[in-house]
Design a protein around this ligand. Sequence first.
Ligand SMILES: [Zn+2]
Ligand SMILES: [Zn+2]
Length: 263
Amino acid sequence: MKFCVLGSGSRGNATYFESGETSILIDAGMSGIELQRRLATIGVELSEIDAILVTHEHNDHVHGVGVLSRRASISVHANPATFSAASKTVRKLFSYNEFETGVSFQIRNLEIHPFAISHDAHDPVGFRISDGRVSFGYCTDTGKVSQLIRHRLASCQALVLESNHDIEMLQNGAYPQYLKQRIRSSQGHLDNEVAASFLKDLLHEKLEHVVLAHLSEENNDPEIAYHAAMAALEKSPDCKELNIRISVANQYCVGELICLTNR
Ligand SMILES: [Zn+2]
Ligand SMILES: [Zn+2]
């Protein structure tokens, strides 16, 4: 199993995921050309993508979905509320495959479980993807961590987790009050401290890699997010037995192609 965050933040999100013969994208929130360019940097052609999974209808997650689907005959998987809310942006698709939030479905060798998150969209989801040996968890754009989210992300070997803002930077920043409130609300985005304490709950000896994602350019600093997560890791009583890498996704640069070893 391999994955790569192609870009993450409020200007566009997309993650490449591959296991065996199956290659998918989670979200496609950049232009088609830009996504094709970013895939090429990790040696992947658009024609190799089997499916796009959509988390929710916000433009930073769906901007390129329609064009990629039409250009390379890629099937798109989303729940009906997201599909309908995104229809003006994505327009015609090569093929639309409906899933129900909370109900697992299969794409070739992959079992995909979409679970509810808490965000100001119609039916936003995170994903847990398993290939029978390894599991991968994806959760950004949530204003709080529910028991359900905790449960779905437990025991994954790799995680992409939101670490959106630093509370102080947001409070003291230039955003208008209503926007600050929206970001901080239970349907907004996770701050670094909440994300770090969530990560602490998710630690286990088979967890290999965590990517902190959807960082705000205005209200966060990659160093601060990274240090909050590392501090949580170091506070764990089994810290010495853990061998976990943490990296921070970037809006403008393609992340590392991460291969899981299933140690
Ligand atoms: Zn977003
Ligand atoms: Zn969103």
